[in-house]
Write a protein that binds this ligand. Structure first.
Ligand SMILES: [Zn+2]
Ligand SMILES: [Zn+2]
Length: 400
């Protein structure tokens, strides 16, 4: 976190004069700048578009994760980050095609979550809006209901005319109704959505999935996942690629682009903002660990533009000691972090504290012997987390 690069960047930031809205000359060409990034970097519209496109393509190219002809599922949520991603995919394919470079085959894929979220449009509206949006960019489109999660072989559709209400909505609603906190609900939604995307990708013979997480989102996710006890999964959750599934790789091509850069890109390229997917602000921002962390980071980012890049770059340096080819969590399918728990670890302390509060003072001596004196590495019979990772065990515990 205190590397020389970040120190120099921080010093440079402090020494830059404030522009007070005057964007000056573009830093890439002699034209007048009209877009100000990080409070001091001025770009004209053309150079800004080149800058964002370059970030997107270099992120994919740098890691050599996508090969010529690869089928890629583009996870589309209807939000501005995934709308911008669809636009960037179209642009990169056109440019690559004209230069006879890497061309992959994308399919934009939408998961309908209306039954457990509260977007303005009906499910039918969302499907027709997303289909029209993809048609504008000449990209194939497919979709399915979130409750297909309960189906071993999820049913998906490629034609808007095939739309019909889902058959398992009650089962999905019942599951989410049991969840007590918004934090656990958001985690449950993320896990079911990811698992469903992977299963659909396999059915459609796509081995890669692009998700629209930008760097601001990833920085907030990093802090959120640590708070949710998913520290050992961070390289999968926030890295360039998530390879926890042996057959399908999740890729984050937007990870070098900040939220405000996405917003400006959408504005400059006049990308349609899809109202059907907008969500009313009904909950307080303090309602979940995720929304609270996002709020905290975005408010800090306004005055200190190095905040998100610093958190983001720190995340890139983190590795996990958990073996990727070992046992997997039965819910999120991430490598299991709770099979071997070292003594004096944070997880051991948390389990001890949880057991103590459940069993009361009378059991404290037994617990001390079990957790501290005997230094157990596998014996956690008091709390059965044998097939759930630590993060999932917290989420499941929050369901009544
Ligand atoms: Zn310029
Ligand atoms: Zn898990």
């Amino acid at each position: 976190m205190c590397s020389s690069f970040e120190t120099e960047e921080f010093k440079a930031l402090l020494q830059r004069p404030k522009t007070d809205g005057d964007t000056g000359q573009c830093k890439r060409c002699p034209n007048a700048g009209s877009i100000l990034l990080r409070g001091y970097d001025s770009y004209c519209k053309d150079c800004f578009v080149v800058y964002v496109n370059h970030k997107f393509c270099s992120t994919i190219g740098k890691m050599r994760a996508v090969r010529h002809g690869d089928k890629v599922l583009i996870a589309f949520s209807g939000g501005i980050s995934s709308s911008a991603m669809v636009h960037l995919v179209r642009e990169s394919i056109e440019r690559a095609g004209s230069q006879r470079r890497l061309v992959f085959q994308p399919t934009v894929f939408l998961i309908l979550e209306k039954s457990v979220s509260s977007c303005y449009g009906s499910e039918e509206d969302c499907v027709s809006t997303a289909a029209r949006f993809c048609q504008n960019y000449d990209l194939p489109f497919a979709w399915c209901h979130l409750d297909e999660y309960f189906n071993e072989s999820p049913q998906f559709y490629t034609k808007v005319e095939d739309f019909q209400p889902s058959g398992r909505q009650a089962q999905l609603k019942e599951l989410f109704k049991k969840v007590n906190s918004l934090t656990a609900k958001e985690d449950l939604l993320k896990r079911t959505r990811t698992e469903l995307l992977i299963r659909v990708a396999k059915l459609m013979d796509h081995r890669k999935i692009f998700v629209g997480s930008n760097s601001s989102r990833i920085a907030a996710d990093l802090l959120t996942f640590v708070a949710q006890g998913r520290g050992s999964q961070l390289p999968f959750e926030i890295g360039f690629s998530d390879t926890h599934d042996p057959d399908v790789t999740i890729i984050r091509p937007m990870r070098e682009i900040l939220q405000d850069e996405v917003e400006k890109y959408v504005e400059v390229k006049e990308i349609e903002v899809l109202e059907a997917f907008a969500q009313p602000e009904v909950m307080s921002r303090l309602s979940s660990i995720g929304t609270l962390t996002q709020d905290f980071l975005s408010s800090l980012q306004k005055d200190f533009p190095g905040t998100v890049p610093t958190v983001f770059r720190t995340g890139d340096k983190l590795t996990t000691a958990v073996k990727q080819d070992g046992e997997k969590c039965s819910f999120c399918k991430m490598p299991l972090d709770s099979t071997v728990i070292p003594p004096s670890s944070a997880l051991q302390a948390r389990l001890y504290s949880s057991a103590l509060s459940t069993l009361g003072k009378s059991a404290s001596q037994e617990l001390i012997e079990r957790f501290v004196v005997s230094k157990p590495e596998k014996d956690f019979s008091l709390i059965d987390c044998s097939h759930l990772c630590y993060g999932c065990s917290l989420t499941i515990k929050d369901c009544t």
